[in-house]
Design a protein around this ligand. Structure first.
Ligand SMILES: [Zn+2]
Length: 253
């Protein structure tokens, strides 16, 4: 909720992107947000003095430039992919599995499509009207969701017991920007796209979310707890930030 003013050119440093200001009823302090859709957005509480904004942006210059570069890289990467192509192979690094996909164009009554697994050969067979790219993608994503439910649920349970941090429930989702999340009632949700990442990185995400059952923030105490179970957490967190490059374009982010 809130109102938005049009993009303003940045008066202090023309190198910095233009920004919009959004007044939020809920914001307690001012914050900056960068996204492909909205660009640089300054979210301010109701009574915040607008005149302070240019100086704030100037102070946050390094953060803005660094994150703008990351966004640009990500966009360029996505543009370079052929996003509508269907995969011939699905590589699930986390499980050490590589599935071949075979598309069988067959005539069916309603142009329907089906998917079946040949477990021994690690093959997925898609039959029916396979020219329906979107339909095939939907089936493949559903298969990935089931796969994630099967593996990530038990994986999380295992890690939870190991590090003695219980949680309440788990759900699998396909969020665009989150690998996982933990609510204040200790409900953990995990992104099925984690299946594409390295085992070590997934394990780190599980530990990270389980530590949120104790600390619902990214405070020093939180990181201290994470480091107890994963001393290498900084490197893993960095590789997680780059991990979108591993998720194939057909899955979408
Ligand atoms: Zn977190």
């Amino acid at each position: 909720m809130g109102s938005r003013s049009p993009s303003l050119a940045n008066p202090i440093n023309p190198e910095l992107p233009a920004y919009t200001v959004r007044i939020s009823d809920r914001a307690k302090c001012v914050r900056l947000a960068l996204s492909v859709d909205k660009g640089l957005e300054v979210v301010i509480p109701k009574n915040y003095d607008h005149l302070k904004i240019p100086e704030l942006i100037h102070q946050k210059r390094d953060w803005i430039i660094r994150n703008q570069r990351k966004l640009d890289e990500r966009e360029a990467f996505l543009q370079s992919q052929a996003p509508h192509e269907l995969p011939d192979v699905i590589k699930l690094r986390s499980l050490g599995e590589e599935w071949q996909i075979i598309y069988n164009q067959t005539v069916t009554k309603f142009g329907s499509i089906t998917i079946s697994e040949q477990k021994e050969q690690f093959q997925l067979i898609i039959s029916g009207n396979v020219t329906d790219t979107e339909g095939c993608k939907t089936l493949l994503k559903q298969w990935l969701m089931r796969k994630a439910e099967k593996h990530l649920f038990s994986w999380l349970r295992r890690v939870s017991i190991q590090i003695n941090l219980p949680y309440c429930t788990t759900t699998i989702r396909g969020q665009k920007t989150l690998w996982g999340s933990c609510s204040s009632d200790r409900n953990i949700s995990l992104n099925y796209k984690l299946l594409f990442l390295e085992t070590k990185v997934v394990e780190y995400v599980l530990i990270h979310e389980l530590c949120h059952t104790i600390h619902m923030n990214h405070s020093a105490k939180f990181w201290n707890l994470v480091s107890k179970f994963e001393p290498n957490y900084k490197t893993l967190d960095e590789s997680l930030k780059q991990a979108w490059q591993i998720v194939p374009a057909w899955v979408g982010l």
